[in-house]
Design a protein around this ligand. Structure first.
Ligand SMILES: [Zn+2]
Length: 185
């Protein structure tokens, strides 16, 4: 099996997925997702670096159909929605995507298979990696059971922590907006 290392940490760029599957080759590298606009909003605030190792392996499924196995591994800086403290959530995710050569095949495979990808045109490796991370990211990340300071406080008899971010409330933003308008008139 051939492993192609991508140059630098920015990614491998576009590649022919059907060709990769036919050759059984593997693309691999590391990406700093704190620099990726699609993902950065879902990370803990003030994250300066979040390196994630990724791999895209071309293969054939049991029926001989072309597929990709996309896997990502590393630590994702998350903000716990219970105590609002940052923590590292370990990610180890792998998805198998069946490749469709055209729209007709996509439609046909989509009806019977869980995950199908249209590979008529070259695919962007980093988009696939980002998709994989976005799929995994919890909607409301929390410390693992027993590791959240707020949870410990709650179980030790206090009322628990009800943290509210006042500065990001719609009313605060509206007030700031109004102030700006007043100054202009
Ligand atoms: Zn927590």
């Amino acid at each position: 099996m051939t492993v192609k290392r991508s140059a630098g940490s920015t990614g491998a760029g576009r590649f022919d997925a059907l060709d990769l599957a036919a050759r059984g080759e593997v693309l691999a590298g590391e990406i700093d997702i704190s620099r990726r606009p699609r993902v950065v909003d879902r990370l803990a605030p003030n994250t300066t670096s979040a390196p994630i190792a990724w791999q895209i392996a071309g293969a054939r499924d049991a029926l001989g159909r072309p597929m990709l196995a996309v896997s990502v591994e590393g630590d994702l800086p998350q903000e716990c929605q219970r105590c609002l403290q940052p923590f590292d959530a370990p990610i180890s995710q792998r998805s198998e995507l069946l490749l469709a050569r055209n729209d007709a095949e996509l439609e046909r495979l989509d009806a019977e298979e869980a995950e199908v990808l249209l590979a008529a045109a070259p695919l962007d490796a980093m988009t696939l990696v980002e998709d994989e991370i976005l799929l995994w990211l919890p909607f409301a990340p929390r410390h693992p059971e027993g590791q959240c300071p707020a949870e410990v406080a709650a179980t030790s008899g206090s009322e628990g922590v009800q943290a509210v971010q006042a500065t990001s409330s719609p009313f605060a933003r509206l007030a700031a907006l109004r102030k700006g308008t007043d100054r202009n008139t």
